[in-house]
Design a protein around this ligand. Structure first.
Ligand SMILES: [Zn+2]
Ligand SMILES: [Zn+2]
Length: 161
């Protein structure tokens, strides 16, 4: 297992992931494109208590989404870089892959919201891809499902992007 660390641009916020993530999303939705100013976001889904803060205190900012909901994004209070976010469930962090010291150590387990994928991004055949979302129970490894069950109430195991 590789221990991954990451942080913001100014160095105020530093974090360490104490285990592997449960699952890795590559999301091509328009919200993620707008939030990142890029073509997609890489999100490492991991238990909040496995994201160990080494320094700094990311500040939550509630950001409107196209469906009328809000998404809580945690930013460095100094340089404002977004390091992770939440989709209504504080127990699960969505750590932004680009903030890792070595983003190349992570590959997406799934591509989602490919209906809004920019046409010049070509997806590998080897990774599952979905026009919108997918069924967590059929796609996640058993160990990851058990980890998710351990931190969530029985209902509501469906995720977001
Ligand atoms: Zn910073
Ligand atoms: Zn998205």
């Amino acid at each position: 297992m590789s221990v991954r660390e990451g942080g913001c641009s100014c160095g105020d916020v530093r974090y360490r992931l104490t285990t592997e993530p449960m699952f890795v999303h590559c999301c091509h939705c328009l919200n993620c494109q707008r939030q990142t100013g890029s073509a997609f976001v890489i999100n490492l889904l991991i238990e909040a208590d496995r994201v160990k803060l080494l320094s700094g205190e990311p500040k939550p900012v509630d950001v409107p989404r196209d469906d009328g909901s809000t998404q809580r994004i945690y930013r460095c209070p100094a340089c404002q870089v977004a390091v992770f976010s939440e989709y209504g469930r504080p127990a699960v962090r969505f750590v932004r892959g680009g903030t890792l010291d070595d983003p190349s150590t992570v590959e997406p387990d799934v591509h989602i919201f490919t209906r809004s994928r920019v046409p010049w991004v070509t997806l590998p055949d080897s990774t599952p891809a979905f026009e919108v979302y997918y069924d967590t129970k059929t796609l996640w490894p058993v160990e990851s499902l058990e980890r998710l069950r351990a931190i969530l109430p029985p209902a509501g195991t469906e995720g977001a992007s």
